[in-house]
Design a protein around this ligand. Structure first.
Ligand code: NAD
Length: 506
């Protein structure tokens, strides 16, 4: 995803509001030595944090959770000013970060608790599994949700006992800086959260060399590169990548509600959402009605930017990104796509605004048919029936999120199970991101690994198995050592044969 709004002058990046052009701050570009020093500071602070234990680590997260609401206006202003998004979307970021904190405050301790397991043989052995932090977890993050993806994702890593080293997008580093400040104000040793800024190809690549686990969120193209770099170092990584997410609407679906799903799924955050709706497969017999309803609702959206609550759709993150979105639209229109609404820039509002766009007659010759546009552009496709809808939904290299609208919970669930995606929403498009107890992530080229839920915290830990045996009579080793005759061998074999049949010993 090319976007170069941030100007890098020598060792500093100047951040400006893409909606207004106003300068909103700057950050220093890290050198290789800075990244190394930041990693070292974090590593020095980590053992004491791990030794504190999860209960005492929770206290920081409790204070952080409440502080988010005490300082919410400052958070909204910072997110909005560096990204060009609306105030409602900035509130959405705060709610997800607070929700992540709340979820792991309630469940983190139980997810991280040492587990007791059956040993190799009954009575004389036992086993326990502990979850030890990796040590230093690195995050490389994009610009579309600068607070959630840099700070929200770091919360479970910290609670698990790690230090973190974060490289936010060079376009939106200020929300992460504010998040770090909030964590320090909440009582966290500031050395445990290190931020390094600068271009991905240099600072991001350098970060990979110093961490024990890498959490990457960004485009599939960059994900491939960082996965190779992580593999070279034999460190694990999770990759939260792109999507071209389908929505299926069948006759029988509540159409007004489905249009609400399309509008929020397609245009929330100006379409710059990894799980955004991009392709809508609508059963032919309701296609015209659905298209007309969608068009009418989209035309009512208020586009613009302000620090008030009055806007529905904000700016794109940069002029360059707006140009890329428009290239997709113009390529499609030039090859025969029909614009139902939108289809042009809103230069009257600023240099990075694109009108919410609904297209139809999109075919394989057009770039936006398969590639991630990552802007306020949704394409409608008529389909014969559910089977064609599922086949076309699955005909993609991506598999992040999908949504299904049929009017019947049973039919929707059956359809959802046939879709190749890490998550499927029924009667909702973006719900997965707020459902903190279940894993969220992609299949196919949408990624590897999951955030949220049990997996979302255990991924920042390594399992350590502690197996024990009684010492008497040589313990477990003694069992085999004592087989010195055919009769004993037969008894042991008979006991093993029986184990499969006795509940509790299997
Ligand atoms: P991007 O891949 O261009 O950049 C992401 C981050 O990687 C940035 O911090 C960038 O500086 C860094 N980077 C770039 N090249 C690098 C390299 N060679 N080595 C190390 N780091 C490098 O993505 P973007 O344009 O910032 O973000 C948009 C993309 O993110 C979209 O594809 C979107 O779908 C995806 N995304 C995915 C999720 C998810 O959860 N699956 C969430 C949000 C965004």
């Amino acid at each position: 995803m090319s976007a170069t709004r941030a100007r890098s002058v020598q060792n500093e990046i100047t951040i400006s509001n893409p909606a207004t052009g106003e300068r909103v701050g700057s950050v220093a570009v890290a050198t290789a030595a800075d990244v190394k020093a930041a990693a070292l500071r974090a590593r020095r602070a980590q053992p004491a944090w791990e030794r504190l234990g999860v209960r005492r680590r929770r206290r920081v997260l409790e204070r952080f959770h409440d502080l988010l609401f005490e300082r919410q206006d400052e958070i909204f202003d910072t997110i909005q000013r560096e990204s060009g998004k609306t105030r409602r979307e900035a509130l959405g970021e705060l709610l997800i970060v607070a929700g992540t904190a709340r979820y792991y405050l309630a469940h983190g301790e139980e997810h991280l608790a040492e587990e007791s397991h059956p040993g190799a043989s009954p009575l004389i052995t036992g086993a326990r599994v502990g979850h030890r932090p990796y040590g230093l977890v690195g995050f490389i993050t994009p610009w579309n949700y600068p607070f959630i993806l840099s700070i929200g994702d770091a919360l479970p890593a910290l609670l698990a006992g790690n230090a973190v080293l974060v490289k936010p997008s060079e376009l939106t580093p200020l929300s992460a800086e504010l998040g770090r400040d909030l964590l320090a104000t909440s009582g966290l040793d500031a050395d445990l959260v290190q931020l390094v800024h600068g271009p991905g190809a240099t600072v991001g690549a350098e970060l990979v060399d110093h961490v024990d686990y890498l959490g990457f969120t960004g485009s599939t193209a960059t994900g491939r590169k960082v996965a190779v770099a992580a593999a070279e170092r034999l460190i694990p990584c999770s990759l939260e990548l792109g999507g071209k997410n389908p929505m299926i609407v069948l006759a029988g679906a509540p159409l007004e509600e489905a249009v609400t799903g399309l509008v929020s799924g397609g245009f929330y955050n100006t379409g710059q959402t990894c799980i955004a709706v991009a392709r809508v497969y609508v059963e032919s017999r309701i296609f015209d009605r659905f298209a007309a309803l969608a068009r009418r609702r989209i035309e009512k959206l208020k586009v613009g930017w302000s620090l008030d609550w009055d806007m529905d759709v904000g700016s794109l993150v940069s002029r360059e990104h707006a140009a890329k979105v428009m290239r997709h639209v113009e390529d499609a229109v030039g090859k025969g796509a029909t614009v139902l609404t939108g289809g042009q820039r809103r230069s009257d509002l600023g240099e990075a605004f694109v009108a919410p766009t609904l297209l139809t007659d999109v075919d394989e010759s057009m770039e936006l048919c398969r590639e991630e546009t990552f802007g306020p552009v949704v394409a409608l496709y008529p389909v014969r029936d559910a089977d064609e809808a599922v086949a076309r939904a699955n005909d993609s290299t991506y598999g992040l999120n999908a949504s299904v609208w049929t009017g019947s919970a049973r039919t929707s669930r059956a359809l959802a199970r046939r879709i190749e995606a890490g998550s499927v929403g029924i009667n909702s498009t973006l719900l997965i991101y707020s459902t903190f107890d279940v894993p969220m992530g992609g299949v196919k080229e949408s990624g590897i690994g999951r955030r949220h839920g049990r997996q979302g915290i255990l991924r920042f830990t390594q399992a350590q198995s502690i197996v024990d045996s009684i010492a008497t009579g040589g313990g477990y080793e003694g069992v085999l050592a004592n087989i010195t005759s055919e009769a004993r061998a037969r008894s042991l074999a008979a006991a093993f044969k029986l184990m499969r049949r006795i509940p509790g010993l299997r």
